[in-house]
Design a protein around this ligand. Structure first.
Ligand code: GDP
Length: 297
């Protein structure tokens, strides 16, 4: 959900039925909690007795209609208050479902939810749907897409990455928010989950190694800074390339071993890309602040 309040950056409001997984999503995506640990988020531990995937599956089915009703009333009310709100529907805990079943469930929920909107003569409201689980990267990917809708110069970022890729022999590149592993932009080639997971894993490795070995001289410093960089060569002739863009953002790119032979060119192209990215990101930040100023006045 998006709503700009006075002197505030855009906000994402997470809503859902009790036990639908809101706190877990927050902890896993933003606080690096291991998915299994979310079992203990509640004061009672009785959920531990349950087989996780089967219990969430049954729960999911049970809550289906009630969740749709709540979604319908919430969307209608929120739209009345602020017609600019964007609605993102997470069909969560799908780890218990087969791939076919996931598609079927998404189609059914999509049809019923948009049908409800039509019944209320609110066809103009657009709902986006995502199949998510905290047990794989789907929740990070969904959050990435939600956050990207809040970035004003996304098209420019995408174009810069396209140019960087084609001039450097790179197959795919992501701009990561280092802290959450959400990608805030990528080039315009399609994202496949395996590549995204690989890049997330690389980021984890770099941060973990930096946590252990990176703070020796300056214990107060951040584990991620201007000097953060890494190249990982995999045994399938793929190379992963990570560079710092700014305090919060890193570029992670994936390329073939033979393209990496032109390393000097890639580094030089990155140097130019970094400057351009910093300008665009700065612009985006200023734009948000300006739009808040005008809403406050
Ligand atoms: P909230 O009330 O919406 O904040 O829900 P919680 O975050 O407390 O989650 C309730 C339960 O759902 C916890 O036991 C979580 O471990 C579990 N849960 C959350 N996300 C997932 C998921 O993606 N898959 C499965 N199987 N369980 C999940």
């Amino acid at each position: 959900l998006k709503g700009i309040e006075d002197n505030d950056l855009p906000r994402i409001l997470l809503m859902g039925l009790r036990r639908s997984g809101k706190s877990s999503i927050q902890k896993v995506v933003f606080h690096k909690m291991a998915p299994n640990e979310t079992l203990f988020l509640e004061s009672t531990n009785k959920i531990v007795k349950d087989d996780l995937s089967s219990s969430s599956f049954i729960k999911f089915q049970d809550d289906y209609s009630e969740a749709l009703n709540r979604l319908n009333t919430t969307v209608i009310k929120a739209h009345k208050v602020n017609p600019d709100i964007k609605f993102e529907v997470f069909i969560h805990k799908v780890d218990g479902l087969s791939d076919d079943h996931k598609i079927e469930v998404q189609r059914d929920i999509h049809q019923r939810a948009t049908g409800d909107m039509e019944d209320a003569s609110l066809e103009s409201i657009h709902l986006s749907f995502y199949l998510t689980s905290i047990y794989d990267h789907s929740i990070f990917e969904a959050f990435s897409k939600v956050v990207q809708k809040l970035i004003k110069h996304l098209g420019t970022l995408e174009n810069l990455l396209n140019i960087f890729n084609s001039n450097s022999g790179i197959e795919k590149s992501f701009l990561f928010d280092v802290c959450s592993k959400i990608y805030i932009a990528t080039d315009s080639s399609p994202v496949d989950m395996i590549t995204y997971e690989l890049c997330c894993d690389m980021l984890d490795v770099v941060i973990d190694v930096s946590c252990i070995y990176g703070l020796q001289e300056d214990r107060e410093g951040s584990v991620y800074d201007q000097r953060s960089t890494s190249i990982i060569q995999l045994n399938n002739s793929t190379v992963l390339y990570l560079k710092e863009v700014n305090r919060f953002i890193a570029l992670v790119a994936i390329l073939r071993e033979n393209s990496y032979e032109k390393r000097g060119l890639i580094d030089y192209n990155f140097h130019c890309l970094r400057k351009a990215l910093q300008q665009v990101l700065e612009l985006d930040k200023r734009n948000h602040l300006n739009s808040n100023d005008s809403s406050a006045s």
